[in-house]
Design a protein around this ligand. Structure first.
Ligand code: PLP
Length: 394
């Protein structure tokens, strides 16, 4: 079937909750994707920050084949499985954390964190959760409530009670909200969907101090910015502090659905048997791929640190070259964006036409989140396509 036929079938049968481009991805190799019509694209979207190892990775293939050969794709959490246990141990070792709860998505990881916060607060008469404007934490009710953007709430009220919103990178706004009833603060160290906005060191270290002073839980949502994307295994490691709970998803399952809520010392004993669960959490196949991703994380992070600087320089060059279209570039590692003065969607369509997949963040940002294996040569090619595409709008 052609791109067009597949898109039509999708439009007819899917709920219309996405606004999809009319191409269907058929295969991939390295960081190049091929659609059903045979067109090739350099992929700077990575399945929205998921496909860290790109496409056709031999180690991932071997791991998945061995799970298939074992005959057991899923065990339930009535029993242990070796892959999930090892993935949890690797996570704790990389993050300096204590305990892991596996689930299937970012929203679910945040739901687990919010439930831990409420349970932690119950005994201390604390229930309020502070989140931030422009944040994004997922689409389930708890996660969408702490998402500080009205557009995601519109039409779905009432939201979860006892959630309040501060200004990102503004400690005074948090000091004005926090009190003895605050159970947790949830924050993305590098806001993604809100427009690629890194937290300042002063802000995150200030949140850590507030969390300690008020005996509340500090939750870092690294669903998008974690797992090597910023040039360290976890984004918080740039800031010299630790959260009490870290939430992860996207890249962790190597392309299969997986999420994790990771507890540090203060949060390690909150859940007791029966408090929380996910049928597929720690699924054998996802966990086998997580082992591959996590084992490669230290080396990949170092590579991203170097190549991410390079990507940043290339984006700055584009911003300087097209001052009538771009107002700046920002981000960390392989999570970067150009602030545009025109609609990102038009630029994305033009880039796609020219063989590059990029996506937007918020209403104004062109987002670059390639697989972590992308090289300087890939970055040069992508920058040349963005250059060629922006020319069309001058
Ligand atoms: C920071 C952050 N948290 C949570 C989510 C939700 O993840 P999921 O779509 O896997 O539920 C996302 C998704 O983009 C995200 O960027």
């Amino acid at each position: 079937m052609s791109n067009k036929d597949i898109a039509e079938l999708g439009k007819k049968n899917y709920m219309q909750n996405y606004s999809q481009f009319p191409i269907a991805i058929k295969s991939g190799k390295g960081i190049v994707l091929t659609d059903e019509d045979g067109n090739e694209y350099l992929d700077f979207v990575a399945g929205i920050a998921v496909n860290a190892l790109g496409y056709g990775d031999e180690e991932e293939k071997k791991a998945l084949l061995s799970v298939i050969e074992s005959g057991v794709l899923h065990t339930s959490n009535l029993y242990y499985n070796s892959h999930a246990v090892h993935a949890a141990a690797m996570l704790n070792s990389l993050a300096g954390s204590e305990k892991v709860f596996f689930c299937n998505s970012g929203a679910e990881a945040n739901e687990a964190a919010l439930k831990m916060a409420r349970k932690y607060g119950t005994a201390k008469n604390k229930s309020v959760i502070i989140s931030f404007h422009h944040s994004f934490h997922g689409r389930t009710y708890g996660a969408v409530t702490v998402t500080g953007q009205d557009k995601y709430h519109k039409g779905f009220s009432p939201m979860l009670p006892d959630v309040v919103y501060g200004e990102f990178n503004n400690l005074d706004s948090v000091k004005a909200l926090v009190n003895e009833h605050t159970a947790a603060i949830i924050v993305e160290p590098l806001q993604g969907e809100g427009g690629i906005i890194p937290a300042t060191k002063e802000f995150l270290t200030g949140l850590r101090k507030i969390a300690d002073d008020y005996d509340l839980l500090l939750i870092f949502d690294e669903v998008q910015c974690g797992l090597g994307r910023t040039g360290k295994p976890f984004c918080f490691q740039h800031y010299g502090i630790k959260p009490d709970i870290l939430t992860l998803a996207k890249a962790i399952g190597g392309g299969l659905p997986m999420g994790a809520a990771v507890a540090f010392e203060k949060a390690k004993g909150i859940f007791s048997p029966g408090d929380h669960a996910a049928t597929f959490g720690g699924n054998v196949a996802s966990a086998a791929l997580a082992e591959v991703v996590l084992s490669r994380l230290p080396a990949l992070s170092a590579q991203v640190a170097e190549n991410g600087e390079y990507l940043g320089r290339k984006l700055d060059e584009l911003v300087s070259k097209y001052p009538s279209l771009c107002s700046g570039s920002r981000g960390m590692g392989f999570m970067r964006g150009i602030e545009l003065k025109i609609s990102p969607r038009d630029v994305i369509a033009e880039c796609m036409e020219n063989g590059l997949l990029v996506c937007s963040a918020g209403y104004t940002v062109l987002r670059f989140i390639p697989p972590l294996i992308a090289t300087k040569e890939d970055i040069d090619k992508a920058a040349a396509i963005v250059d060629e595409s922006l020319k069309e709008f001058v």
